[in-house]
Design a protein. Structure first.
Length: 319
């Protein structure tokens, strides 16, 4: 569990469920966590504890439509009837400003997993001066033709039955297909991790695996294509440190191929500090993998964080 939990009123009108783990020892910076689709921030408590031990104040909130965050326009499974991504980004800005207000002068690292990585990148492109480093783990920012087909299907569903109801097709194209992609799978969620206990915890969690409305799926694909566009990436500072992670057994990222392809896209956009690792034997939830897989990935991330915040502290004030 996180050490502290509170609610925070967002500029978007949402009441955010916010969790905090204070830094231990010498303080290095602030780490903001952005969770994935159909889950919630409490699942990141162990990771938060590790990073707090590295000297980071860790903040994690439930995105609108998830967990214990509430908003009049965001029932579970929906960001908002319209402008969903801008509202998610506004919530993230509220959390960032709250954390910086409590700990002024510290470097800010933004971490996102899967859908949370898409939102973290959207935040970085909307507010490039508000973070000092960005980590995008297990996110597919190369949806390609399959993504365009999904958008067509979603448009048809919206026309036939509206956008405030669960999609009947996308779960089969995503979660369903990914579950079947694991040979000899024990459950339909084995694609998340090799650790049976972590998979069972996800399946048993009433705040995980819920239905996603058509509008949220539409928002997710729209922001994916927008984030990875040349115009979107051009908004990022060229020296922004970016940390990408994938797994070669993760069906959600085509075995990590999407991670590598996005890294190339970043380099073509002249981003100068891109670190990319596709871990062998890793499925989708790197942070919830078996310890032999998970721990080296977290250690490498902690080392990257130490480097980037040290660079920030050493940089001249005008840069």
């Amino acid at each position: 569990m996180f050490s502290e939990a509170e609610t925070l009123k967002s500029a978007s009108g949402a009441t955010l469920a916010l969790r905090y783990e204070p830094a231990r020892g010498a303080v290095r910076g602030i780490l903001l966590l952005s969770h994935g689709l159909a889950e919630h921030s409490a699942r990141y408590a162990a990771f938060a504890g590790c990073m707090a031990g590295e000297g980071f104040h860790v903040y994690a909130h439930d995105h609108r439509g998830h967990g214990f965050t509430t908003a009049p326009d965001a029932p579970r499974g929906q960001f908002a009837p319209k402008d969903g991504i801008s509202r998610v980004v506004a919530d993230m800005r509220t959390v960032r400003d709250h954390a910086v207000g409590r700990h002024p002068g510290l470097p800010v690292v933004l971490f996102g997993h899967s859908m949370g990585g898409l939102m973290a990148l959207a935040f970085a492109e909307a507010h490039p001066a508000d973070i000092d480093a960005l980590a995008v783990w297990n996110s597919n920012l190369e949806p390609g033709l399959a993504g365009r087909v999904a958008q067509f299907v979603l448009a048809a569903e919206r026309m036939l039955k509206g956008s405030d109801v669960p999609s009947a097709v996308l779960p089969r194209l995503t979660f369903g297909a990914w579950g079947k992609a694991v040979p000899g799978h024990r459950t339909s969620f084995d694609w998340l991790s090799h650790d049976p206990a972590e998979v069972d915890a996800y399946v048993a969690d009433p705040l995980c695996g819920f239905d996603i409305n058509v509008s949220m799926w539409i928002d997710i694909f729209a922001v994916t294509f927008a984030d990875a566009s040349a115009d979107g990436l051009a908004r990022l500072p060229k020296k922004l440190p970016i940390h990408l992670v994938g797994g070669d057994e993760d069906p959600a990222t085509d075995g990590g191929k999407a991670t590598l392809a996005f890294a190339e896209r970043l380099k073509k956009s002249r981003l100068e500090d891109v670190t990319t690792t596709v871990y062998r034997g890793m499925r989708h939830e790197t942070l919830n993998e078996s310890p032999a897989l998970r721990d080296p990935a977290i250690d490498a991330f902690a080392g990257w964080c130490r480097r980037v915040v040290a660079q920030k502290r050493q940089a001249p004030e005008h840069t």
